[in-house]
Design a protein around this ligand. Structure first.
Ligand code: PLP
Ligand code: COI
Length: 381
């Protein structure tokens, strides 16, 4: 019997109007989170800290793995039993997307179907029900439409979209929950790093982000908390983030929140590994570089020595350009990398020409300045 799922069947008792009958509404206390007034937002100064938008969307699947029709409700906190699997055993993962207001005033989402697919792959690994691409898209679109006033003006940031998937049924023995929450919240964001200005990062010899055959390739909530401590230390030393290495300390993996690439003699080297996130920005960068800019792209494990010009690569010197890329990070040029006690500068320590061209192309597609020949964007009408 679907006993644990049933705890989410009862009305929330919220005074917010008619109960929709959905398990998502039973989980939420609609209206219990005070939205940030749009009038208080200063678009020029907006960064990457919490803003509460007015509405959140979601749907819950019971033991049959079938999600109900999604509903969008006034923003609220969730009710969850302390025995919820996500809280005890980390059965949770998330996605990250952006909606951007374009030069033509239209709002566009970027590569939504790819985010839905990645969530579905992660759900399989973590034994959760996976929202179909249609349910994913409907929930995202309806949530964005309910929060249109939070989409920043063109050129002043994006609406960050955070789809979550979590096992919320009760477990004591560590095993999969019978109830899965899929929900979407959104908020306006500005730069995660420093826009197109260079950042300095460090490669970390002491901490690894993901195990070789582990779940680094899933956007699992539990991959992020172990990075807080080393990243905090790196930030205290003046670095924007950490470049994590593989278990041998030989190949670069990824930055804590973005993938890594470098340019040497006109070739783009993009770091691959089975234990890193298959970034959608990374894929877009490679396609634009190859197909639109005619650049040779090498997508393979990338030795730290090659990035820094050490060992067998000593004659070649450090990379000419380096950058990290992700939905939040966008394309962030890396001016220098600390390894052990030395700082290695890429090119002149400024945004490189290929980095800038790739950025221009992807940014142009996202805001409708350039034609979307790839079919990557969805216009929110
Ligand atoms: N790697 C990690 C660890 C991330 O958190 C992200 C951000 O989502 C990425 C890479 C880049 O992925 P995407 O380009 O799909 O946002
Ligand atoms: C993203 O780019 O969407 C991320 O999830 C990275 C970070 C904010 C955790």
């Amino acid at each position: 019997m679907d006993t644990h799922a049933q705890q989410y069947n009862r009305p929330s008792g919220s005074p917010s109007g008619a109960f929709s009958g959905s398990r998502f509404e039973a989980m939420m206390i609609p209206g219990s989170l005070e939205p940030t007034p749009v009038t208080s937002l200063q678009w020029e100064k907006i960064g990457f800290s919490v803003v509460v938008a007015s509405h959140m969307g979601g749907s819950v699947a019971g033991a049959d793995g079938v999600f109900e029709a999604p509903v969008v409700l006034p923003s609220g906190v969730l009710r969850m039993p302390p025995q919820a699997c996500a809280l005890n055993y980390g059965q949770a993962l998330f996605e990250g997307m952006k909606a951007r207001r374009g030069v033509d005033g239209k709002i566009r989402l970027f590569r939504m179907a790819d985010n839905a697919m990645r969530m579905s792959r992660g759900a399989g690994r973590f034994m959760m029900a996976a929202p179909s691409p249609e349910l994913y898209a409907r929930t995202v679109l309806e949530t964005v439409k309910a929060n249109l006033e939070y989409v920043p003006p063109e050129g002043k940031g994006s609406l960050y979209i955070r789809p979550l998937l979590a096992g919320v049924g009760m477990t004591l023995a560590p095993a999969a929950s019978d109830t899965t929450l899929f929900m979407v919240y959104v908020q306006p964001v500005g730069s995660y790093f420093k826009g197109l200005s260079c950042i300095a990062i460090k490669a970390d010899a002491d901490y690894h982000r993901a195990a070789a055959r582990g779940t680094g390739w899933v956007k699992a909530a539990g991959n992020y908390a172990p990075c807080f401590m080393p990243v905090k230390k790196a930030k205290a030393d003046g670095f924007a983030d950490i470049l994590f290495l593989d278990h041998e300390g030989r190949h670069v993996e990824e930055v804590g929140s973005a993938n890594f690439a470098m340019v040497k003699k006109g070739t783009l080297y993009v770091a691959d590994s089975p234990s890193i996130l298959g970034g959608i920005t990374r894929d877009s960068v490679m396609r634009v570089a190859r197909e639109a800019l005619g650049v040779k792209v090498v997508f393979a494990p990338l030795e730290l020595d090659k990035v820094l010009g050490l060992g067998a690569y000593a004659k070649q010197g450090p990379a000419d350009e380096a950058f990290c890329m992700g939905t939040a990070a966008v394309i962030s040029p890396i001016g220098s990398l600390r390894w052990k006690d030395a700082d290695f500068t890429f090119g002149k320590g400024e945004t490189g020409p290929l980095t800038a061209s790739i950025y221009e192309k992807i940014d142009g597609i996202q805001i409708g300045r350039l034609p979307d020949t790839y079919g990557w964007t969805t216009v929110v009408d």
